[in-house]
Design a protein around this ligand. Structure first.
Ligand code: IPE
Ligand code: IPE
Ligand code: MG
Length: 232
């Protein structure tokens, strides 16, 4: 029962299917998914989690219909308008990983404002992964490293130093990765950072995933025996 738990990452999947099941548009699912981010983030903070990283939009999600992409890109404005005050009261710090410059200007502005406003908060980092892909992150990191070597850095990188070339610098490895909606895959999320994460796949779609479900996931995590290749 004494596994350390600093960093939880969640692949928030199943919004569209959940909506369709009720004869609603997929965007209806995304709306309720965004509302649920507030509930789960606050629960995580209350449970003492230090970092919560949420997969909100992947580098592959640009393949979706324009209308859906548009809706997803506008959700942060709605989300922060409605919940920023509460997040600030709780000392939650907003961070971002992903290909920031490719997001629409309006979305960038909203995210920048939230990050700026919350930069001194200390209770929990709430990290939004938008236009994020694990491979894209590695490509960007390789480019920066190559440039540093050209600029005179010694070509002697270690595993610890790789972290400096990722978008997650300072967030640490993922301890627990949760994916909702019963798909058993990683879908290009945090490839380096989940090397030794405990994986949990839950049946509920994201809009139905409750703070109580988070608590159950954490309980399950504490039952696991993490060995990191040793004998425990
Ligand atoms: C997850 O829900 C949210 C995003 C990928 C933006 P989906 O939109 O993938 O919902 P399903 O998987 O189609 O049900
Ligand atoms: C992963 O979900 C991305 C997000 C949750 C943002 P997808 O729905 O895009 O993943 P696949 O396509 O089922 O693998
Ligand atoms: Mg999906």
């Amino acid at each position: 029962m004494n596994n350390q738990l600093n960093h939880i990452a969640i692949i928030m999947d199943g919004n569209g299917r959940w909506a369709k099941k009720q004869d609603q548009k997929r965007t209806f699912g995304h709306f309720h998914g965004a509302e649920n981010v507030r509930n789960v983030a606050i629960a995580a903070q209350e449970l003492g989690i230090k970092v919560l990283t949420l997969f909100a939009f992947s580098t592959e999600n640009w393949k979706r219909p324009l209308e859906e992409i548009d809706y997803l890109m506008k959700l942060p404005a709605y989300f922060f308008d409605k919940f920023m005050k509460e997040l600030m009261e709780r000392q939650i710090k907003i961070e971002f990983i992903g290909h920031f410059s490719r997001l629409p200007q309006g979305t960038q502005k909203v995210l920048k404002r939230a990050m700026e406003q919350s930069k001194n908060n200390t209770a929990m980092k709430l990290v939004f992964a938008m236009d994020y892909g694990g491979r894209d992150e590695l490509v960007e990191g390789f480019k920066r490293y190559a440039q540093d070597v050209v600029d005179g850095r010694e070509n002697n990188i270690t595993e610890d130093e790789v972290e400096n070339y990722l978008m997650t610098t300072g967030l640490g490895d993922v301890d627990l990765l949760i994916r909702t909606s019963m798909e058993y895959r990683i879908s290009n999320f945090l490839l380096w950072q989940i090397a030794y994460a405990e994986l949990l796949f839950v049946e509920k779609p994201w809009p139905k995933f409750t703070p109580e479900d988070l608590k159950l996931c954490i309980d399950e995590y504490h039952q696991r025996q993490r060995r990191f290749g040793g004998l425990g």
